[in-house]
Design a binder for this molecule. Sequence first.
Ligand code: ADP
Length: 167
Amino acid sequence: MKIAIYPGSFDPVTSGHLNIIERAAKIFDQLIVCVMVNAGKNPMFSLEERVSMLQRVTSHIPNVEVDSAQALLAEYARKKGSCVIVKGLRAGSDFENEFQMALINHKINPNLDTMFLTAEHQFMYLSSSLVKELARYNAELTDLVPEQIIPELRARIQTNRLGGTHK
Ligand code: ADP
């Protein structure tokens, strides 16, 4: 059974992420979407909230499982019996960083390869940060974020505003 892992911050999950998940789920027997703890990032949503959002927006895809991990990705993959990491590649911005990470992960775990799926043209410039920025200005989010999570995103922006938190 071919198990692939799609790691990321997913803060929050966007339509670009969901597009990669749907396409990767058709290629592999099982896809584990893993919310990674990134010490360098100050997330808007907790790990549990991000997992819960991902579970809801992928509930229609039977071979997708959502998990979270604080471990090194290469070690996590080994533990899960996976030899493939899936990544989405957007225009320009992702390449350098992703190339470096793929090489490092392969060095740590030589059985592990990274496969890139090119972003769909309409999601090429979409990122979680952009979505949060648009939400702060109350802009339209349809097509950029799965419909189910728009109310949650709007509510969080509102709460942060009231509490004076600027994430
Ligand atoms: P972001 O950069 O939006 O904060 P993540 O760190 O959660 O996203 O990204 C997880 C993975 O999803 C990475 O491989 C990233 O390149 C990919 N990805 C992010 N946004 C898109 C998109 N719009 N289309 C395709 N892949 C994407």
